[in-house]
Design a protein around this ligand. Structure first.
Ligand SMILES: C[S@@+](CC[C@H](N)C(=O)[O-])C[C@H]1O[C@@H](n2cnc3c(N)ncnc32)[C@H](O)[C@@H]1O
Length: 245
């Protein structure tokens, strides 16, 4: 008889978490108005401390360790698109680990963030393009790899973004994605960066619907795995078209 009580208290806790999670205006504003707000958030002072925040939270060095450990393996990549490049946190690792002749493109909604990334990385390699992840200015099947770190949470509905990632990936191409999870640290992040959070099940189902089934779930470190920190990290693959006989 105690089980239903427990379940209802769990449901209440989950509902309370959902109420607190995210930037409330995200659900009320039109997607264009929300996007404009996010662009000015990152263009402004908050964006100027993004690189430092990623360093202090250890995200930047720990994601670097993952690339070094080939999770994801980028050693054969010929073309890569980093979506929502921010201060170039992931771009910096790509410059270091993808083959020297691979094409690296960084795109972001915020022109200022792209300027900051270029200045910080001091590398002639990445091409920088201001673009919205739901309308990517690239041809179909243009990239072997798409990386996207803590950006998809800026969409109320992930599907338009995921469908674009799928469109620009080659069949068999990989997606390496990091997203804010609906844990307590995730909720705090969502308040700071005016975004939403995801549950693993919801995000995995959305990826399957977009044709990007997960191959592996990843963690920054075993400690992050144990305490469920660092968000949802996974590698997905665009299903290759079935062979025609
Ligand atoms: C938290 S930062 C992530 C930076 C970096 N990728 C990382 O791994 O730390 C989020 C970035 O996504 C960008 N962004 C937000 N909404 C976007 C959209 N609709 N299309 C493209 N970029 C977007 C922001 O301008 C910001 O630079």
């Amino acid at each position: 008889m105690t089980k239903p009580k427990l379940e209802s208290s769990q449901r209440a806790a989950r509902a309370a978490k959902r109420r607190f999670a995210g930037f409330p205006a995200m659900k009320q504003l039109s997607s264009q108005t929300y996007r404009d707000r996010i662009r000015s958030l990152y263009d402004g002072p908050a964006g100027s401390v993004l690189a430092l925040a990623s360093l202090v939270s250890l995200h930047m060095p720990l994601v670097g360790r993952m690339f070094k450990a080939r999770k994801p393996d980028v050693s054969q990549v010929r073309s890569v698109l980093d979506i929502g490049s921010g201060a170039g946190q992931i771009l910096g690792h790509l410059v270091k680990f993808v083959p020297a002749d691979a094409v690296i493109v960084g795109c972001d909604l915020s022109h200022q963030m792209l300027c900051r990334a270029r200045k910080r990385l001091r590398s002639p390699r990445p091409l920088y393009i201001a673009a919205d992840m739901t309308h990517l200015p690239f041809a179909e099947a243009a990239f072997d790899l798409v990386t996207c770190g803590y950006v998809l949470e800026h969409l109320q509905d992930p599907m338009p973004g995921l469908r674009e990632f799928h469109r620009v990936l080659k069949p068999g191409g990989k997606l390496f994605l990091l997203a804010t999870e609906d844990t307590v640290p995730g909720l705090l992040t969502s308040r700071t960066w005016k975004c939403r959070t995801y549950s693993r099940a919801e995000l995995e189902a959305a990826c399957v619907e977009a044709g990007l089934p997960w191959r592996t779930q990843l963690w920054l470190t075993p400690v992050h795995r144990f305490f469920k920190l660092g968000g949802i990290l996974f590698e997905a693959e665009k299903r290759a078209a079935a062979a025609v006989n």
